[in-house]
Design a binder for this molecule. Structure first.
Ligand code: SF4
Length: 100
């Protein structure tokens, strides 16, 4: 029995219907601050980006609607509704401290 391919048009339409319209969102055009970490990105740089994103969220006029919508979404590694994702623990030995 073969599996039929997903109806991508219907899937995209459903995503668009389920996603609230927030034309006043302060993050429009600023995705680079909100995105999940990219491969080999320094964790400190990720934290700096995400902290800046949370600052943008704190003044966003769409924050309440965004927060309501975010409760229906899967957890993300990026910033959503002013929530900074948990930072992954570093593996391996801790870095050596430089002595003075
Ligand atoms: S609260 Fe939501 S809509 Fe507003 S800037 Fe943050 S992520 Fe964007």
């Amino acid at each position: 029995m073969s599996k039929s391919p997903p109806d991508l048009i219907a899937l995209m339409a459903q995503i668009l219907v389920d996603t609230p319209k927030m034309p006043d969102a302060a993050c429009i055009g600023r995705h680079e601050l909100f995105d999940p970490p990219v491969a080999y990105e320094d964790p400190g740089d990720v934290l700096d980006r995400h902290t800046a994103a949370v600052g943008i969220c704190s003044t966003c006029p769409a924050r309440t609607r965004c927060r309501q919508w975010a409760t229906t979404e899967r957890p993300t590694d990026g910033v959503l509704a002013g929530q900074i994702p948990p930072q992954p623990q570093r593996r391996g030995r801790p870095p050596q401290m430089e002595s003075a």
